[in-house]
Design a protein around this ligand. Structure first.
Ligand code: FAD
Ligand code: UDP
Length: 370
């Protein structure tokens, strides 16, 4: 008997939505399922009285890939939002990324030559460290004590839940310094937020495609395994194989959301808290992503959290131990799941920005369907 669908797409996140869109356009019949009660995966926004709240962490679309930029713009218009986060350390504010504004705030230097001289002076103190053994040594040799202690140490230790002396040096091989007064966090050519929020993009991608929400693949596996000729799976690869090679580790996050009766709480979409004494890493004021004019505001406090079953897997821990486990799953995928494609950040156990996710989904479609 012929299957009812060409593709079962497990996961209505960005990867699954782009793949389903392209496959449908190529005449393939797709069924998209998601265990959550909404579409969009981690880019989903909830409308709180007109403010689009990024429920799974702040999302700013930025890319150097012209094809991807034109692709997403063909579904939704993007505004001109430019990410310019501010760091707060012991009550003082510093611009990010490290640029002339930051150097002025740190040391009062006003010319690029003076800023460079100051950084060299700071680095010289650690010239004896020729082979940094951990993140702390790496950061000190790259930028010196002032930047490390005020803007890096606390944030990084909170983010990873470990002392900087116990984190690998490779996490920050490079710390970009900019000797111009430019607070744009990203170097990419294109940047913005979809007008109306990310749901507009996801809804346009999934327009006309059958989507079943609140449907967990594993709870309906018997039926779902045979509804389609092929499956695109964008969930956790270790769960797909019933954790046979062990659990892949993640870092999680906890969000505390507040609706406030003020029109402007912090004057910026993103404020990072870089001190150890503050338990959260950043505060997001969502309306500023879209220049909102509402009389109220919504803010989210972001707390790094350890991962355990039942919590959201946010950041993969791509160290050698987990890489080895992931490779074992990849080999199981090749041997035992020949009609299953694995795509997206969870099935590929990787941190991927949205533009890379779109590019990877388009690539997979071209390889598999065309
Ligand atoms: P997801 O969005 O996770 O979608 C996977 C979907 O599969 C989910 O909806 C899930 O419910 C579903 N699913 C899983 N298992 C099952 C199952 N068993 N049955 C049914 N459904 C299932 N990128 C940027 O470009 N800019 C940013 O500013 C940015 N900020 C980020 C901030 C945070 C905190 C994080 C963690 C990521 C950020 N990203 C950002 C990356 C962005 O979130 C990803 O690129 C994108 O979400 C990846 O899409 P995906 O479809 O692969 O995964
Ligand atoms: N980081 C930091 N101070 C900051 C912001 C970032 O030290 O104010 C470091 C930190 O180690 C963090 C890394 O840079 O893990 C990447 O942060 P970014 O904001 O670029 O990415 P995300 O938090 O979205 O992964």
């Amino acid at each position: 008997m012929k299957n009812r669908y060409d593709y079962l797409v497990v996961g209505a996140g960005l990867f699954g939505a782009v793949f389903a869109r392209e496959a449908s356009m190529a005449g393939k019949k797709c069924l998209v399922i998601d265990k959550r009660g909404h579409r969009g995966g981690n880019v989903y926004c909830e409308d709180v009285d007109g403010i689009h709240v990024h429920k799974y962490g702040a999302h700013i679309f930025h890319t150097d890939n012209k094809e991807v930029w034109e692709y997403v713009n063909s579904f939704v218009e993007f505004n001109r939002y430019t990410n310019a986060p501010v760091a707060c350390y012991q009550g003082k504010l510093y611009n990010l990324p490290f640029n002339m504004n930051t150097f002025y705030q740190l040391w009062g230097v006003v010319t690029p030559a003076d800023a460079k001289a100051r950084i060299e002076e700071q680095r010289a103190e650690y010239a004896h460290i020729t082979q940094p053994a951990n993140l702390e040594e790496q950061a000190l040799t790259l930028c010196g004590r002032d930047i490390y202690e005020r803007l890096i140490k606390g944030y990084t230790e909170k983010q990873w839940g470990r002392a900087a002396t116990e984190l690998p040096a490779f996490i920050i091989r490079r710390l970009p310094f900019r000797f111009v007064f430019d607070n744009n966090y990203f170097n990419d050519a294109y940047q913005g937020i979809p007008v109306g929020g990310y749901n507009v993009l996801i809804d346009a991608l999934l327009d006309g495609i059958e989507v079943r929400l609140d449907t967990d693949f594993f709870k309906n596996r018997q039926e779902l395994d045979s509804v389609a000729d092929r499956i695109l799976f964008t969930g956790c690869i270790d769960e797909f194989f019933d954790y046979r090679c062990g659990h892949l580790e993640y870092r999680s996050l906890r969000f505390e959301e507040k609706r406030l009766d003020t029109d402007n709480f912090q004057g910026n979409a993103v404020v990072n808290y870089t001190g150890a004494e503050v338990p959260y890493t950043r505060v997001i004021e969502h309306k500023h992503f879209e220049y909102g004019k509402q009389p109220h505001t919504v803010v989210t406090y972001e707390y790094p959290d350890s991962f355990a079953p039942g919590k959201e897997p946010y950041y993969p821990v791509n160290d050698s131990k987990n890489t080895k486990v992931y490779q074992e799953y990849q080999s199981l995928a090749r041997q035992e799941a020949k009609n299953v494609l694995f795509g997206g950040r969870l099935a590929q156990y990787t941190y991927a920005d949205m533009d890379d996710t779109v590019a990877a989904a388009l690539d997979l479609f071209r390889k598999e369907v065309l």
